[in-house]
Design a protein around this ligand. Structure first.
Ligand code: NAI
Length: 269
């Protein structure tokens, strides 16, 4: 049986993934702000370092896989925090854990992006470049300035929509660029991404927490299957990407979104 680290394990897709992996007999090291084996704020450099140290101590330096699921949505008021948590919290932790994944011989990492990276038409290219260049402070400042420049009515509804979509766009680009580098590919560490659509989790349901408030056919983006996703729908694919048998797939981004991206961009490859 394998040992996996799962970030965001206290809720939603992370909790479902941790439960799925545990039920299959694997050892799961959960990381979250609360209700987890390791309590750490992945939005800060100190939190990421503590999470990495504690994961490495618990797995003894050999880790079979990481499911980097922790993240926030576009409703978070602080756009800078969205960049730090969604992009840097994921990338920095994975970079730190890569040697332990290489030590496994069949290391696997799966990252949660979002179909917002392709379906929300306000990607901030400069912000994406700052993130990919590893300039966290500059990215935080850019995200805040861009949020403040948005029309007041948009800010009132989704204050961090640009930072959110851009953080996930940068994350997906990082996966594709990084997966094929020798440090990952030639060490047998496979790195892939999942781009979920609307999934009924506390992140999406927000304050009311009531799925009945949401109608797939009245949703702002098309929902061809006529249903929203459940956390288990994402956990299923997380588990597949972490399997040692998934040995010829790296740098892939899988849309698990009920068909939204295909409906909006039918001719994209
Ligand atoms: P959720 O809110 O149920 O779970 C997210 C978990 O991440 C929570 O347990 C939270 O405490 C943890 N987390 C947040 N900030 C953290 C930090 N600074 N340090 C450590 N842990 C932190 O949300 P959900 O929906 O399960 O989200 C999982 C991932 O899926 C996120 O990356 C989110 O951006 C992404 N996503 C969600 C979609 C949806 O419709 N629910 C759609 C597309 C992407």
């Amino acid at each position: 049986m394998a040992t996996f680290a799962v970030t965001g394990s206290a809720s939603g897709m992370g909790a479902a993934s941790a439960a799925t992996l545990s039920a299959a007999g694997h050892t799961v090291i959960g990381v979250d702000l609360r209700d987890a084996d390791i309590l750490a704020d992945l939005g800060t450099a100190e939190g990421r370092e503590r999470a990495a140290e504690e994961i490495l101590a618990r797995c003894g330096g050999t880790l079979d896989g990481v499911a980097a699921i922790a993240g926030v949505g576009p409703n978070l008021p602080d756009a800078a925090a969205v960049m730090s948590i969604n992009y840097f919290g994921t990338v920095r932790l994975l970079e730190r854990l890569r040697p332990a994944l290489a030590a496994s011989g069949a290391g696997r990492a799966v990252v949660i992006g979002s179909n917002a990276a392709s379906t929300v038409p306000i990607i901030d290219d400069d912000l994406v470049e700052l993130a990919l260049a590893g300039k966290e402070q500059a990215a935080r400042e850019r995200a805040r300035a861009a949020a403040e420049a948005m029309p007041a009515e948009v800010r009132a509804m989704v204050p961090s929509i640009s930072a959110y979509a851009s953080s996930k766009f940068a994350l997906i680009r990082w996966v594709r660029r990084t997966a094929v580098t020798p440090a990952w590919a030639r060490q047998g560490v496979l790195l892939n991404g999942i781009a979920p659509g609307a999934v009924l989790t506390p992140l999406m349901l927000g304050a009311t927490g009531d799925a009945a408030d949401y109608d797939p056919d009245g949703f702002p983006t098309p929902m061809p299957l006529g249903v929203f996703g459940r956390p288990e729908d994402i956990a299923f694919w997380v588990q597949q990407f972490l399997r040692p048998e998934a040995r010829f797939t790296t740098g892939a981004i899988l849309y698990v979104d009920g068909g939204t991206d295909a409906a909006m961009r039918p001719d994209a490859q």
